[in-house]
Structure formats: structure tokens, C-alpha cells
Design a binder for this molecule. Structure first.
Ligand SMILES: N[C@@H](CCC(=O)N[C@@H](CS)C(=O)NCC(=O)O)C(=O)O
Length: 227
């Protein structure tokens, strides 16, 4: 039987992986159409050719093949159809006085972390590595500003985390699933060993044990893949 959902997006895409992590963790079966962004396939599903889109094949037993775009809308749908295991916290859990701090974390990662980590450091590093034209010194000069911003971003995220465990302590949340794909990519470049705060390392090690993390590694930069 074919799966009730299709995720449109290459596993290489960090937003796509955040959604795949949530669906795996909640046991929602899906097929995946592995396309990079801005291809004609991506435009068939998303008005701006971005990733991911979730296709919901059936609602109330009726075939609808509904396209749901934008990761925030998709995760709200996932939480509604599969409330357990929860990927949210309650006020007071994980060091957060109000539960919305978890959504603050997600938003900071999605809107600020994504360009800082990927655009500022990972993409130029991987490009230089693949092309083999620039020396390490030249690449470092090129990404100097990006690395400074990255360092600030990581310090900020570490300061928003509970002192140990996942981002908000013992419970996994969407905050972990949004940050992990970015830092999994970052772990492949030299800056990972140079500027990452200790709290982020301990968090990363904890995340590496999560089944959904293992199940979504194929096709990502962390296993040497390219889009
Ligand atoms: N607002 C979108 C952003 C998703 C996003 O930026 N996806 C990246 C791939 S990880 C993308 O499609 N980028 C295309 C581009 O930057 O041209 C969402 O939340 O789903």
C-alpha cells in the first residue's frame, strides 16, 4: 500500500529534514520525492519552488492530494493528526518559563540560523571543497564575517538551551528537530571543531542517539551526499 503522505524535497534540504524528523518520530509513514529546490518539480508543488511540501493524499477517506506548503504549517498539521509523542513543552519544562520559548527557538533557527549556518559558512565551505580551487586560508578570508556571525548565533542558541539533555531538557521538541539538520551539516566543516560551544556538542551527541535522526541521515551532507 502506498504511504498516506509524500514529502517533496531532497533529504539534503534542512527544512525537509526537520519535517522528516518529526514524521519519523511520530510514526507517520511517507514517500519522498527527492528534488532540489527551484526545479520544475519543486515549482509543481510550491509556488516559489521551495522545499518542503507535504502532500496529504487522503482526508476522511477521500482522495484529495492536498499540497501543504511551509514548514510551520506542515508541523502544525503533523502535531494535530499525530499529537503523540509530543514535540512541545509545557510552561515550566526544560527551563522555559512559558511554553512559547520553544517556538521562539524554532523561529530563530528557521529565519536567522538557516542563512547564518548554511549561507554564511557551510555552502561556501562545501563549494570550495568540491571545486578544489581555493586554499584553506583563502576560504577562511572569504567566510570570516560569516564565521563571526555563526559564532554569535551558536552562543545564543546554547544560552537558550536547558543546561543538559535536549534543547529543552529531557523531552525532544521541534526545537531539536529544526536545529539538528543545520548543525549536522555544520559538523562536516572545520569550523565545527573550532567555534562550537561545549553545550552544543553535548546536545549534538544526545541527538545522535535519536532513532529519527539515524533514520533521516541518508542523502544528507553528513554522509557525504550532495543535492
Ligand atoms: N519558508 C520556507 C523556507 C524553506 C526553505 O528555505 N527551504 C530551502 C531548502 S532547505 C529552499 O527551498 N531554498 C530555496 C532557495 O533558497 O532558493 C519553509 O518554512 O518551509
Amino acid at each position: 500500500m502506498s504511504a498516506p503522505y509524500t514529502i517533496v524535497g531532497t533529504p539534503f534540504s534542512t527544512f525537509t529534514r526537520a519535517i522528516s524528523l518529526g514524521m519519523k518520530h511520530k510514526g507517520l509513514p511517507y514517500n519522498q520525492i527527492s528534488t532540489p529546490p527551484l526545479t520544475s518539480i519543486a515549482f509543481d508543488y510550491h509556488p516559489f519552488g521551495f522545499l518542503p511540501t507535504l502532500v496529504i493524499h487522503e482526508i476522511d477517506g477521500k482522495r484529495v492530494d492536498l499540497k501543504l506548503r511551509e514548514s510551520h504549517a506542515i508541523l502544525r498539521y503533523i502535531d494535530r493528526v499525530a499529537p503523540e509523542p509530543k514535540l512541545e513543552i509545557k510552561s515550566g519544562e526544560g527551563g522555559a518559563l512559558v511554553e512559547e520559548k520553544m517556538w521562539e527557538f524554532v523561529s530563530l533557527v528557521a529565519f536567522f540560523g538557516f542563512p547564518i549556518v548554511e549561507g554564511g559558512v557551510v555552502k561556501p565551505r562545501v563549494k570550495a571543497l568540491d571545486e578544489g580551487k581555493l586554499s584553506d586560508t583563502q576560504v577562511r578570508a572569504q567566510i570570516q564575517e560569516g564565521v563571526a556571525k555563526l559564532s554569535e548565533f551558536l552562543a545564543l542558541m546554547a544560552s537558550l538551551m536547558a543546561p543538559e539533555g535536549f534543547a529543552f531538557g529531557e523531552k525532544l521538541t521541534w526545537a531539536d528537530f529544526f536545529l539538528y539538520p543545520l548543525l549536522s551539516d555544520l559538523s562536516m566543516v572545520p569550523e565545527w571543531k573550532e567555534i562550537v560551544p561545549a553545550r552544543i556538542y553535548s546536545w549534538f551527541d544526545r541527538m545522535a542517539e535519536v532513532e529519527a535522526v539515524k533514520a533521516t541521515a541518508a542523502g544528507t551532507l553528513s554522509v557525504g551526499a550532495r543535492p
